[in-house]
Design a protein. Structure first.
Length: 109
């Protein structure tokens, strides 16, 4: 079930949805075959709901959007990139605790 607060980002809309966002953006680079990605997904959904209005949460399927994944040198997933004003402000790789993800996102506010 898709979360209405999570934006699906593609190679085509990445610049508009992420780089031109007026709010901090958490981008989850994932793939459906990635076990840790699937385990992290409910946490990402919870964060998206909690931060609705103050931050944007987006997901990029790396299998379907290889240009964006290559641009940001995503070699391991899940990879979480944190953007503010179109610039990467931080990155977490692998399954991370919710508190750490939220703390990183809050630091961009």
């Amino acid at each position: 079930m898709a979360n209405a607060n999570v934006v699906t980002v593609t190679d085509a809309n990445f610049d508009t949805e992420v780089l031109k966002s007026d709010k901090p953006v958490l981008v989850d680079f994932w793939a459906p075959w990635c076990g840790p990605c699937v385990q992290l997904s409910p946490v990402i959904d919870e964060i998206a709901t909690a931060k609705a209005g103050s931050a944007k949460v987006a997901k990029v399927n790396v299998d379907e959007n290889q240009q964006v994944a290559a641009r940001y040198r995503i070699n391991s997933i899940p990879a979480l990139l944190f953007f503010k004003n179109g610039e990467v402000q931080g990155q977490l790789v692998g399954r991370q605790p919710k508190t750490e993800i939220v703390a990183k996102l809050d630091s961009l506010a």
